[in-house]
Design a protein around this ligand. Structure first.
Ligand SMILES: *[C@@H]1O[C@H](CO)[C@@H](O)[C@H](O)[C@H]1NC(C)=O
Ligand SMILES: *[C@@H]1O[C@H](CO)[C@@H](O)[C@H](O)[C@H]1NC(C)=O
Ligand SMILES: *[C@@H]1O[C@H](CO)[C@@H](O)[C@H](O)[C@H]1NC(C)=O
Ligand SMILES: *[C@@H]1O[C@H](CO)[C@@H](O)[C@H](O)[C@H]1NC(C)=O
Ligand SMILES: *[C@@H]1O[C@H](CO)[C@@H](O)[C@H](O)[C@H]1NC(C)=O
Ligand SMILES: *[C@@H]1O[C@H](CO)[C@@H](O)[C@H](O)[C@H]1NC(C)=O
Length: 344
C-alpha cells in the first residue's frame, strides 16, 4: 500500500520536473523514498510495540497468580477477586470475596441485623443504598450501583475496604426490588450474589414499629431529631411511650398484604442461593448468627450491636386500642400475633 503510494507520487513528479536537472530530481526521489521508508518503519514499530506490550501483560498475569482457594466446585461462581478502581486491595488482594444482599422490609430488625454483620472485621454491608430513588430508576442504574458495591468501590462508614471477605447491602422489597425482580435475579445468578432474607414473624409488632416510626418522623421525640434506631435505654423508653392507634378496619387487609408480599419475594428470588432468617429467631437464638457467617464463608466471630430495642414487653401495653385489635384478630390465622412473645 505504502509502496504504491510512493511510486505514484514519483510518477507525478517525473511529469512535472524538467529533465535538465537530474540531480535535483534524484535528490527529491531520494527524499520521497526516505519519507516512505520512515513511514513503513513507524508502522512496523507500532505493531511490534503492541505485540510486546500484550506479551508483557500476559507474563505479569502468569507471574502473580492467587493460589487456588480450597472450595467445593459448586462454590466457584460465588467466589470473587474484585479489583477496586479507587484503591488497591494490598495484602488481601488474594483473599476471596463473597457478594450478598439482605432482602427485607422496613421495621423488621434489618438495621440491627446489619450492625451485627458490620461488627465483623471482614464484612461490609453498605446500608440501604437503594433508598435513593435515582439509583433504582431503571435496570441499568441498578446494575451500575451494584457493580460499584461489589467491586468494593462503594465507600461507606461500613466498608472495611481491602480486607473485606463479604460485601453487600440492605435492600427493602419496596425499593425497586419487586418491580425489577427478573433483572435483579438474573444479575444475582450471573454474578454469584447470595441472598439473605430477613423477615419478621410477628407482623403486628412490625406494624406498631412502622406506625411509631412514622409518627416520630413528624414529631421528632428525641430533642427534635427523628431516630429510627437508638443506642440507649433512655431513648428507647421515650420512643416507646408513644402508643399508636391501629385502624381495626385496615388491620387484616394490611397484615394480609405484608404476608403476600413476603411470599411473592420468596417466590421471585427462589432460584438464587439464599438463606431465610426471622428477626425473632436471631434475637432468641445466637446459632443463627453462626449460620449466617457459615453462609457467607467468613471466619467465625462473636458479633455485637450497640443498638437498643425500642418496643419491648407485652403488646397490650403498646397499642392504645388494644381491645379493638384483640377482637379483630380473634379467630383469624393472625391470632397468634397477639400472644407470641419473646424477651430480650
Ligand atoms: C464490634 O463490637 C465491639 C463491641 O461493641 C467493638 O469493640 C468492636 O470494635 C466492634 N468491631 C467492629 C469491627 O466494628
Ligand atoms: C436510567 O435512569 C437514568 C437516571 O434516571 C437515566 O439517566 C438513564 O437515561 C435511564 N436509562 C434508561 C436505559 O432508561
Ligand atoms: C479479615 O481482615 C483481616 C484484617 O482486618 C485480615 O488480616 C484477614 O486476612 C481477613 N480475612 C479474610 C478471610 O479476608
Ligand atoms: C436532650 O438534650 C438534653 C440537653 O442537651 C439532654 O440532657 C437530654 O438527655 C437529651 N435527651 C435526649 C432524649 O436525647
Ligand atoms: C380506618 O381506615 C378507613 C380507610 O382508610 C377509614 O375510612 C376509617 O375512617 C379509619 N378508621 C379510623 C377509626 O380511623
Ligand atoms: C437455634 O438455631 C439452630 C439452627 O439455626 C437450630 O438447630 C436450633 O434448634 C435452634 N435452637 C433453638 C433453641 O431454637
Amino acid at each position: 500500500m505504502a509502496d504504491g503510494l510512493c511510486s505514484f507520487t514519483k510518477d507525478i513528479f517525473v511529469i512535472k520536473v524538467p529533465k535538465k536537472s537530474p540531480l535535483v530530481l534524484r535528490m527529491i526521489v531520494l527524499v520521497f523514498a526516505m519519507v516512505c521508508g520512515v513511514y513503513i518503519c513507524s508502522i512496523c514499530l507500532k505493531q511490534i510495540s503492541t505485540h510486546s506490550k500484550a506479551g508483557y501483560l500476559h507474563v505479569q498475569v502468569i507471574q502473580k497468580p492467587c493460589p487456588e482457594p480450597q472450595i467445593e466446585p459448586w462454590e466457584i461462581p460465588y467466589v470473587h477477586y474484585p479489583k477496586p478502581k479507587t484503591y488497591s486491595r494490598a495484602e488481601c488482594a488474594c483473599n476471596p470475596v463473597r457478594y450478598f444482599a439482605i432482602l427485607s422490609m422496613q421495621r423488621s430488625g434489618s438495621g440491627w441485623f446489619e450492625t451485627l454483620l458490620n461488627n465483623h472485621t471482614n464484612i461490609s454491608s453498605n446500608g440501604e443504598i437503594f433508598s435513593v430513588k435515582v439509583r433504582r430508576s431503571n435496570t441499568s442504574t441498578i446494575g451500575e450501583t451494584l457493580d460499584k458495591i461489589y467491586r468494593l468501590d462503594w465507600l461507606s462508614s461500613a466498608s472495611k475496604n481491602e480486607c473485606t471477605a463479604a460485601v453487600g447491602l440492605k435492600w427493602m422489597l419496596n425499593q425497586g426490588l419487586m418491580q425489577h425482580h427478573a433483572d435483579i435475579v438474573e444479575y444475582f445468578n450471573t454474578r454469584g450474589v447470595s441472598v439473605i432474607f430477613l423477615f419478621r414473624r410477628n407482623l403486628l409488632r412490625r406494624m406498631i414499629s412502622v406506625l411509631a416510626n412514622s409518627y416520630d418522623r413528624d414529631v421528632k421525640l428525641l430533642n427534635g431529631t427523628h431516630k429510627s434506631h437508638v443506642h440507649s435505654p433512655h431513648e428507647a423508653e421515650i420512643l416507646a411511650n408513644y402508643k399508636p392507634i391501629i385502624n381495626a378496619t385496615l388491620l387484616i387487609p394490611n397484615l394480609k398484604q405484608v404476608e403476600e408480599t413476603t411470599a411473592k419475594a420468596l417466590e421471585y428470588f427462589k432460584s438464587t442461593r439464599h438463606i431465610i432468617l426471622y428477626y425473632e429467631d436471631v434475637v432468641k437464638n445466637h446459632t443463627k448468627l453462626i449460620d449466617v457467617q457459615h453462609f457467607l464463608k467468613v471466619p467465625l466471630r462473636e458479633l455485637k450491636s450497640r443498638q437498643v430495642k425500642i418496643h419491648k414487653g407485652s403488646l397490650s401495653s403498646q397499642i392504645k386500642n388494644w381491645d379493638d385489635v384483640q377482637k379483630t384478630l380473634k379467630g383469624t390465622h393472625f391470632e397468634n400475633f397477639l400472644h407470641s412473645d419473646y424477651r430480650k
